[in-house]
Design a protein around this ligand. Structure first.
Ligand code: FAD
Ligand code: MLT
Ligand code: ZN
Length: 477
C-alpha cells in the first residue's frame, strides 16, 4: 500500500507521538542510519524515529499502518545483508530501538532475564554475569549489535556448537505487530505446548513481521573453568575428526570450535595492531577450540592436552599451543574475532555464509577451493568460521595486486557456483547472517517452493499492508 499522506502530515504525526527530539530529520544526523555496515546500500528516509517505550512503538506502527508508510527496524546496524537500511525512495522511516535499552529483570533462580530490544549484547552479557549467570550468545560485533537485531537475524556466533543459535535462548517475546497491537508473550517457561509457537516466527524474520521490543532469555551456569588451544590441523577433514574426538573425550564440553586458515592469520597480523602468529610455523589450516565447564575444578587443560596428544598420534595435527593464561587466551580470540575487520582492511570481498552437515565440509571445501583456484585468478579464498556447527564463511577477497573491480565483475559467477554447490550438498546459503535485501533472489532460487509460499502467506497474514521492512527477505508484493 503506497503512503497516503504527505511528508508534512506524516512528520507531524510522528512528533505528536514521540515529541520533537525523538524524530530525527537533519541530514547529517540521520546519515549513519541510512547506510549498512558493509556499505553495500545507501538509502533515504523520511525520518529516523527513536521511541522509548512499547506504547510509543505501538502508536507509531498503528500510524504507519494506517498511512502506508514503510518501517525499517534498526538495532546496532551491524547486519551483513542490508536488512536495516531503508530503500532509496525517501518514503520509509527507520525505527531505531537504541533508547529501549533496559534490563527489566533477572531471575537467577529461573536462569532467565527480561531485556529490551535496544540493549547492546555485551551489556547483557555483563548484566547476566553480575547475577552470577551466563548469557552464551557471543559474536565479534557484540560491542555494538543489539538484542532486537540478534533475535531478528537469529544470530549465531562463537558458541553455537554448545548453546545453539539466538533462537534457542528465547523463552518469551514482546512484539509490536504491524497494526500496533502488542503481542505480550514474555513468559519465562521452559515448557509450554499451548498451540502454535507464534513467537518463534519473529525470530529470524528480520523485522518483516513486527518489531521485537523485549525478550525473555534463557541463562546458563557461568563457565568457571576454561581450556583453549590454537591447533594446526592437517586439513579440514582432520579438523572435523578433532571436533568429534574432543566432543567425545571431554563429555561434550566443547563450547567453540573455529576453523582459521593461514591466510586469515596473515590478514590479521598485517592489519590488526597487536595480533601475532600464534604458532611457530605456518600451516594451511588451524582451529581455535575451547572447552568450558561450570565446575571450577574440572581438569579441562589435561582433558584437552590428552585429546590433542591422541589427535597428534592419530595424524590429525601438526602443532598445537594451549593458552597458558587469560592473556594468551584473549590473544587467540582477538585474532579470530578480528578476521572480518582485517578482511575489510585488505579490500573488497564477497561473503558466502554457508552451512553444511559437518561431515560434508571437507569435500565441499576441497571442491570449491579447487574451482576458485582454477577460475578466479584475481581473488583469494578466505574460508573460516564456526565449523563446530557446520557454518563456514566461504569468503573471497580481491588479490592485493589486482584491480578490485575484477572481483566485483565476477561476483555473480562466483556466488552462483558456490551456492549451487552448497545446494547440491544439502546446505544453506544463509547460515547465520539472514537474507535482508542482499539475498532475496537467492532465497527465491534455493528455498523449496512450498516453503516460500508459506512464508508469503505468513507475511500477508501478519502484515497485510506490507509496511514492515518492505522488500527484505521477500520481494514486495
Ligand atoms: P541490525 O543490523 O540493526 O538489523 C538486522 C536486522 O534485524 C534488520 O533486518 C533489522 O530490520 C532487524 N531488526 C533489528 N532490530 C529489530 C527489532 N527490534 N525488531 C525487529 N527487527 C529488528 N552475525 C552472526 O550471526 N554471527 C557472527 O559471528 C557475526 N559476527 C559479526 C562480526 C562483525 C565484526 C560484524 C560487523 C557483524 C557480525 N555479525 C555476525 C552480523 C551482525 O552483527 C548480526 O547479524 C547481528 O545479530 C545484527 O544485530 P544488529 O543489532 O546490528 O541488527
Ligand atoms: C564472523 O564469524 O566473524 C562473521 O560472522 C563472518 C564474516 O564477517 O563474514
Ligand atoms: Zn560468523
Amino acid at each position: 500500500m503506497p503512503a497516503t499522506v504527505t511528508d508534512k502530515v506524516a512528520l507531524a504525526g510522528f512528533r505528536r507521538i514521540l515529541g520533537e527530539s525523538a524524530v530525527l530529520t537533519d541530514r547529517e544526523t540521520i546519515a549513519p542510519y541510512l547506510v549498512d555496515q558493509r556499505r553495500l546500500y545507501e538509502g533515504a528516509a523520511l525520518a529516523v524515529l527513536r521511541p522509548a517505550s512499547v506504547e510509543e512503538v505501538s502508536q507509531l506502527l498503528a500510524f504507519c499502518n494506517g498511512t502506508g508508510i514503510g518501517v525499517v527496524p534498526q538495532g546496532g546496524n551491524t547486519g551483513y545483508c542490508g536488512g536495516a537500511t531503508p530503500d532509496e525512495s525517501g518514503r520509509q522511516v527507520v525505527l531505531s530501538l537504541g533508547r529501549m535499552a533496559r534490563v527489566r529483570s533477572i531471575d537467577a533462580a529461573n536462569y532467565s532475564m527480561v531485556a529490551e530490544a535496544g540493549c547492546i549484547l555485551a551489556n547483557l552479557q555483563r548484566a547476566a554475569q553480575a547475577a552470577d549467570r551466563y548469557l552464551p550468545l557471543s559474536l565479534g560485533s557484540e560491542g555494538s549489535c543489539q538484542l532486537g537485531g540478534n533475535l531478528s537475524t537469529n544470530a549465531g556466533g562463537l558458541n553455537v556448537v554448545r548453546y545453539g543459535m539466538a533462537r534457542d535462548l528465547v523463552l518469551g517475546l514482546e512484539v509490536v505487530l504491524a497494526d500496533g497491537r502488542v503481542l505480550a508473550s514474555l513468559g519465562a517457561l521452559r515448557k509450554d505446548n499451548t498451540g502454535y509457537d507464534v513467537k518463534s516466527l519473529f525470530l529470524g524474520a528480520e523485522g518483516t513481521l513486527g518489531v521485537i521490543t523485549a525478550a525473555s532469555l534463557r541463562l546458563m551456569p557461568r563457565p568457571r573453568a576454561t581450556a583453549t588451544a590454537f591447533v594446526a590441523v592437517r586439513n579440514v577433514a582432520a579438523a572435523v575428526g578433532l571436533l568429534n574426538l574432543l566432543r567425545e573425550t571431554s563429555g561434550d564440553r566443547v563450547s567453540s570450535f573455529e576453523l582459521i586458515p593461514q591466510i586469515a592469520i596473515d590478514l590479521t597480523t598485517r592489519h590488526i595492531p597487536g595480533v601475532s602468529q600464534p604458532l611457530a610455523g605456518e600451516y594451511p589450516w588451524c582451529v581455535l577450540c575451547e572447552l568450558t565447564s561450570s565446575r571450577a575444578d574440572d581438569p579441562l587443560d589435561s582433558m584437552l592436552e590428552s585429546a590433542l596428544r591422541d589427535a597428534m598420534d592419530g595424524g590429525l595435527l601438526d602443532d598445537a599451543a594451549l593458552a597458558q593464561n587469560e592473556r594468551q587466551r584473549a590473544a587467540f580470540w582477538r585474532l579470530r574475532e578480528s578476521i572480518p575487520e582485517a578482511q575489510r582492511a585488505e579490500g573488497p570481498s564477497l561473503k558466502h555464509d554457508i552451512a553444511l552437515p559437518i561431515g560434508a565440509l571437507p569435500r565441499f571445501v576441497e571442491e570449491a577451493s579447487a574451482w576458485i583456484a582454477a577460475h578466479v585468478q584475481h581473488a583469494v579464498l578466505v574460508a573460516y568460521g564456526h565449523v563446530g556447527d557446520g557454518n563456514l564463511h566461504f569468503n573471497v577477497n580481491a588479490r592485493r595486486d589486482t584491480d578490485p573491480l575484477k572481483l566485483v565483475a565476477s561476483a555473480d559467477e562466483i556466488r552462483r557456483y558456490v551456492h549451487d554447490l552448497v545446494a547440491a550438498f544439502g546446505g544453506s546459503i544463509s547460515a547465520e547472517h539472514g537474507i535482508g535485501r542482499l539475498k532475496v533472489d537467492e532465497l527465491e532460487r534455493y528455498a523449496p517452493p512450498v516453503e516460500l509460499e508459506l512464508m508469503r502467506a505468513i507475511k500477508q497474514s501478519f502484515d497485510p499492508n506490507g509496511i514492515m521492512n518492505p522488500g527484505k527477505v521477500l520481494r514486495s508484493a
